[in-house]
Design a protein around this ligand. Sequence first.
Ligand SMILES: Nc1nc2c(ncn2[C@@H]2O[C@H](COP(=O)(O)OP(=O)(O)O)[C@@H](O)[C@H]2O)c(=O)[nH]1
Ligand SMILES: [Mg+2]
Length: 218
Amino acid sequence: MDIKEIKVMKKILNINDRIADELRKYLEEKGILYINLMSSPGSGKTTILEKTAENFGKNIFVIEGDIQTTLDAERVSKAGINSFQINTGPFGGDCHLESGWIKSAIEEIDLEGIEILFVENIGNLVCPAEFDVGAHINTVVLSVTEGEDKPLKYPLAFRNSQLCIISKTDLVPYLDISIEKIKENIKQVNPQMEVIELSAKTIEGFEDWVDYLKKNLK
Ligand SMILES: Nc1nc2c(ncn2[C@@H]2O[C@H](COP(=O)(O)OP(=O)(O)O)[C@@H](O)[C@H]2O)c(=O)[nH]1
Ligand SMILES: [Mg+2]
């Protein structure tokens, strides 16, 4: 029996990656920091954005990605942040955002005076990590309720990101979980990854996040 083998030696730059590179450069030139927030549903992304408006400032813009509803856009809008909602539901319900969709959104929004553009990616710890949206910083939000093993079980999101926010730290006393163990597991997957621990409820650790943003402004 003949077995045919195709060896893919080099990743061919696909359209998504090409647009992602263009976006990264475009926002760099405009002096706007571009951050992609990825996580499983409910880890606290939208709450972090609401509290970022309070603690960093309102000169930020959020592109919200969801399969259905404009609920998150409404929440950040109540917090005083301008936003743009992308829903994938009407187009097949994709579980991630692609760079072309972000580009189309950016063409429609006014980024004058904006210091940071956030993408709140669709809640899913798998698919969004496979699609470069052109962000300067990919961030994984991992809440303490999700368990210590998630960096090991979902390594791509951690490998393709520069920052991990360990969220909901106010809940640690009620859980059988060690933040040190989570950090060890992150290190195993991505030794370079920066880690910030915070609670968006009590605001403990939030100044580290605000400092991180200020340090990385373009
Ligand atoms: N105890 C606690 N709850 C939080 C914290 N951050 C978010 N939550 C709650 O977690 C739930 C999901 O948060 P949300 O921001 O919608 O998560 P998202 O799906 O990642 O955007 C909400 O009920 C929030 O009130 C936190 O720091 N501590
Ligand atoms: Mg959300």
